[in-house]
Design a binder for this molecule. Structure first.
Ligand code: SF4
Length: 64
């Protein structure tokens, strides 16, 4: 499983990298970026779900 960001939808609120810095970081303009390829472990699933739910733009999805 991995997280992906719809970069067209992202508005740079920063909640993803505030809540789940192991999975997300920011670019120079404060827009969310995936760390690595976005893959996460079972232990990180809660953090991924939290970011999905917290994104005001619904820009984050979890894919297989
Ligand atoms: S929380 Fe959503 S809108 Fe905000 S930076 Fe992350 S992906 Fe972008």
């Amino acid at each position: 499983m991995r997280v992906v960001i719809d970069t067209d939808a992202c508005s740079g609120h920063g909640r993803c990298y505030d809540l789940a810095p192991v999975l997300f970081t920011d670019d120079e303009r404060g827009y969310g970026q995936i760390v690595g390829d976005g893959s996460f472990t079972d232990d990180q699933r809660a953090a991924a779900d939290k970011a999905v739910q917290a994104c005001p733009e619904r820009a984050i999805t979890i894919v297989d």
